[in-house]
Design a binder for this molecule. Sequence first.
Ligand SMILES: Cc1cc2nc3c(=O)[nH]c(=O)nc-3n(C[C@H](O)[C@H](O)[C@H](O)COP(=O)(O)OP(=O)(O)OC[C@H]3O[C@@H](n4cnc5c(N)ncnc54)[C@H](O)[C@@H]3O)c2cc1C
Length: 443
Amino acid sequence: MSMRMLARQTTALRSAARGAMSARLVAGSRVPQVVRAPAVRAFSSSVMRAEEYENPFGPNSLYKYTEEEEMLREAVRRFAETEVQPLVEQMDENEKMDPKIIKGLFEQGLMAIETSPELGGAGSGFLSAVIVIEELAKVDPSVSVLCDVHNTLVNTVLRKYANDQLREKYMPSLSEGMLGSFCLSEPGSGSDAFAMKTSVKKSDDGKHYIINGSKMWITNSAEAEFFIVFAQGDASKGYKGISAFAVTKDMGVEIAKKERKLGIRASSTCTVNFDEVKVPVENLIGEEGKGYKIAIEILNEGRVGIGAQMVGLAQGAFDKAVAYAFEREQFGQPIAKFQGMQFQMSQIATEIEAARLMVYNAARLKEEGRPFTKQAAMAKLFASQVAERAAGKAIEWCGGQGFTREQGIEKFWRDSKIGAIYEGTSNIQLHTIFNLLAKEKGF
Ligand SMILES: Cc1cc2nc3c(=O)[nH]c(=O)nc-3n(C[C@H](O)[C@H](O)[C@H](O)COP(=O)(O)OP(=O)(O)OC[C@H]3O[C@@H](n4cnc5c(N)ncnc54)[C@H](O)[C@@H]3O)c2cc1C
């Protein structure tokens, strides 16, 4: 069933449930005041469903979403549990994404979340993308990052910076089944991304750009057919010489060494080589020399996506370990009954909630068109720390079982380590946060 069909069905179910709830409230004598006092309801501890609140502040709390966001979360949760979960261990062991997963993500409409319907997408908001990434990461952070890079980096670059012709040329295919990669990092340029050596020059007849060089660490590259590539056109201009291009594999892109990694092993990470790759001039994204701006701006959004991946990962590890702690008995009772365990779980639950608030807040700020760079950096920094702590604790709570590969708990911990590295290391986030703080303080 497609996302859209499922969405329609869920809407119908929700409306029915809401009708029944209102009838109960009006007919019942115990809680009629709930109907008349919306401001109080927003902060009440009532057990009513979130949709029943008339929140005067809009959909801002962690428990208030638009109907579309709610339906999306439900649909992705179902997809992750039924389609992804059975393949997680095998994909991790084989270090390979099952093609069925990629096909399923496209079929479910999860690979063009913010793309306009005219170009084959769902036309949803940024928080919808965040919700999808989070829900997938609860089950498999590798699947989550595949979806994240395709949506928040590849599609978004075209959506925001490409002209109409370029969007129409590639975005329908990127909505339908063509997977994308984002090629910025190189062997010699990671944190210092704009020190790139990949070069670009115009052909003598002016009809093509010619790209030469190697990109490293490129997510999705083993399966991708489409690449956003950053290249230096005039080193004397420094970062202002960098431009971005839409490149397809058939232009001569070579996928080289695939990395063998600690975590997110099903997600492909390869070196990508460009040897005299001829790209039509119309495939320049935006203007010549503006590639650095595209990269900076897009990575701000991307970081919220990685924050969402880390929140989902933390929640996935937490949920598994807590379920185990209620089942496992020692000293004649479930280990979850020991206060020493309960306090640790409460601490991690609190940290996950704080990280989720930060990620959603950054996403909402972005949707509102307000500055969000600092909040995005803080959200990614903190969420990756929480993910590592949550997954580490989850292993300990499950004792020896947590340490085995069969349980899938240790995988969350291995997967969590990448959160402090890609799309800007934790030190780079701290650097960004401090720069913005200093600016705010007038220094
Ligand atoms: C699994 C994986 C997937 C990736 N996917 C992609 C992708 O799809 N596309 C892409 O373009 N890139 C991708 N990357 C690359 C990733 O963004 C870089 O690895 C990251 O930016 C860090 O660069 P580096 O590895 O060269 O580390 P370095 O930059 O060498 O950093 C090493 C250490 O030095 C610290 N450091 C560096 N500079 C400073 C400073 N100024 N102040 C303080 N500390 C500093 C860092 O914080 C880090 O701890 C991926 C990487 C991995 C591992």
